[in-house]
Structures are given as C-alpha cells and as structure tokens.
Design a binder for this molecule. Structure first.
Ligand SMILES: [Zn+2]
Length: 381
C-alpha cells in the first residue's frame, strides 16, 4: 500500500494501532509528531488513565479547533471480521478496519488538511488547534470534559470547532450535525407495602400506584421542539417489581426512564415537571438523576457557512443540518460558548464488525477541511 495518499497512509497507520477505549496505543504520538513538524505547540493533558492533548498553531485571532478521539470500540469476535480489525486494508476502494469511520479516518483527514493549509499559508490569520482524547467511547470522564474545564479555567477561547464524528448518511457531506439533544435519566423507586393478593386492604401495591403516573409521563407533551430540534421525548427503559410469586403484592417497584430534550427546555424544568406528576399521584418514592449532557445548537453563522461552502465546492452537494442521533463530545466543547459542528464520513458501519469507509471519501474530507480553513481565515466574506 505504498502508493496511498497522505491521508490514507495516516489513516492506515492509526487504525493499525489497537486503541480500544480508553487505550491510545500511540495514536496521539503519531498525530503529535506530524503537528510538531508544522509548528504546533503541543500540550499533553492526561487525566487519570486517559491520554489527551491540545495543540495550537498561531497566537491571535479566532481559534478553529479540530476535535476528535483516538479510542475505538471493542472489535467483537475477531474471527467474524473478513479483514483483521487492526490490520487495515483497502479492498475495491473501501478501507476496512476498526476506527476507519469512527473516527481515525477523520483524524487523518484533519492532520493532512492542516498540513496542506499551513504549507500554503504559513503565516495564516487566526489560530488552529486540535483537542484529541482517548476516552470518547468509554466513560467520557477523563477525556474532553476535563480538557475543556482546564481550558476554561485559563480563559482559552475556542471560537469554532469541527468534530470529526461520522455525520454523513448516504454520501460524504450530506448531513452535518449542528447540535445534539440533551440527555438525562431518572431512576425511580416507589414504595408500597408487601402483602397477600387476597388481602389487598392490608397491602399497598406500588405497581397500581405508579401506573397512572407513568401513563401520564409517557403521554405528556413536554415541548414542541423548534426549527432545529424535534419535540422532547420520554421513554421508560426498565420496570422491575414483584417477587415472582403470583400471590404476593410487591413491596416496591423500580422504574428507569430517559429524556432526550431540545434546547427549549433544561434539566431543572423537566425535573420539576416529573416531580409534580409523582407528587400529584401521592406516591412515596426516591429518585436519582443521572445527567448526561446539555443540548447544544450552533445556528447558521460563519462556521456553518464556511462548512456548507466547502462541502458544496468539493463534493457538489448541499449538506442538511441535523441534530439527530446520540450524544458526542461536542456537548462538552459547546460549554465554552464555541460554535460546534460535526462533519465526518458515512456512519453506516460504525461500531460494527467489518467497519469500513470509502477510501476516496477520506481524501475528499481532507480537501473539505482545508477549504473550511481557507473560508474562515483567507477568503473571508
Ligand atoms: Zn466517534
């Protein structure tokens, strides 16, 4: 594979390193070597077991940050892979390997895009940075969120951020994510009184007590969403109660639920409404909340415009803005007041056996990233 493009060569080198989360397996050093050569200042920012780095080129003006992760999800049974997951190979124009689409292909495209841009514009305006973690697929505790906290503490400003998550659906650049819904979960325990089913007046059935409250929550209208977000959704994921015997009224019930919420609402507002419903039904309960992240939204503006133009010019399609899908590290970066957009390759095979990506699409992605840099720092309108 000696005649590969610089982007594909780097993608292959990255995929060859088995960086199953939270391992980095030398991927960051590979990127750091390349960035040092073109004058980036490197800052190692490890937290706990997790490797992270922040790198920057340029000293003043708006800061465009490329963000991503070097860790990958586990391979699943390696015997089911046609090509070993960490021995990447291009077959009929398709690059196979764990991380090809999520997201070592994007990391390679970011590095080569910046190399090409700096070769042409060594004294560019503005600042270019990289925020790279090896803990996006894992518990995401010591990764981007910690780096963002450290950057905020010293008032580092990041104006724009491109996250290389695989945002595309059918063809490169058809979808860019300009936001993500917020997510939080509730773990509800409802207390009753255990007893014999034949003597219900001596027992208190938590299933009967909570059923109307859960029905009310599952049919409630939480908001209408807005131009960028669908309405907030509520789903019950687990309910447990009962001893297994058919003649026993259980003493308690546990239910877990999750909200995916739009930028119209926040955690506190939803919490208040849930508690109102539970109290209205006069339940005796305990509840624990797990907060997974705020929604974020990047409205059309200079970053979105620069990206839309770059996609149109390179692959001749107009991307659709979307906020669908799960969460990503973009939610942590948005806390800095940063405009965040996700743009990466097709996500059809991510986390699957035989993960793959169209090889040529990575070369095009690199061209798109370079064009975005030009749009923001050179051909400003
Ligand atoms: Zn990813």
């Amino acid at each position: 594979m000696s005649d590969l493009s610089p982007t594909l060569k780097l993608a292959v080198d990255l995929i060859s390193r088995p960086s199953v989360t939270p391992e980095d397996a030398g991927c960051q050093e590979l990127m750091i070597d390349r960035l040092k050569k073109i004058g980036f200042e490197i800052e190692y920012m490890p937290f706990g077991e997790v490797k992270n780095f922040y790198a920057k080129h340029g000293t003043s003006g708006p800061n465009l940050c490329f963000a991503g992760h070097t860790d990958v999800v586990p391979t699943g049974p390696e015997s089911e892979w046609t090509i070993p997951p960490f021995a990447p190979k291009i077959v009929d124009g398709i690059l196979f390997g764990r991380g090809a689409a999520d997201m070592k292909g994007s990391l390679a495209a970011m590095v080569t895009a910046v190399e090409a841009f700096i070769a042409e514009h060594p004294d560019h305006e503005g600042q270019i940075s990289f925020l790279i973690t090896s803990d996006e697929e894992g518990p995401f505790v010591d990764g981007t969120t910690r780096v963002v906290d450290a950057l905020m503490e010293r008032n580092e400003k990041v104006d724009w951020c491109i996250v290389g998550e695989p945002s595309s659906t059918n063809t490169l650049g058809d979808i860019i994510k300009n936001g993500r819904r917020g997510s939080f979960s509730g773990n509800l325990t409802v207390h009753g009184k255990q007893g014999h089913v034949a003597y219900p007046h001596l027992a208190e059935n938590p299933i009967h007590l909570v059923a109307p409250a859960l029905a009310e929550m599952s049919t409630a209208h939480w908001d209408d969403g807005n131009d960028f977000f669908p309405p907030t959704s509520f789903q019950i994921s687990n309910i447990q109660a009962g001893t297994g015997a058919t003649n026993v009224v259980p003493g308690k019930l546990n239910a877990q639920f999750n909200f995916r919420f739009s930028s119209e609402l926040d955690f506190d507002a939803l919490k208040v409404r849930v508690l109102e419903i539970l109290d209205k039904h006069q339940l005796r309960y305990d509840i624990e909340w797990t907060y997974n992240g705020l929604p974020f939204l990047t409205r059309p503006g200079n970053l979105v415009d620069a990206i839309v133009d770059a996609v149109q010019t390179t692959v001749n399609i107009t991307p659709e803005l979307s906020t669908s899908g799960g969460t990503s590290d973009g939610r942590f970066i948005a806390k800095m007041g940063t405009q965040v957009v996700e743009l990466g390759p097709i996500n059809a095979t991510i986390h699957q056996i035989n993960e793959c990506v169209d090889a040529e699409s990575l070369n095009k992605l690199s061209t798109i990233y370079t064009r975005i840099l030009k749009n923001l720092f050179v051909n400003k309108t």
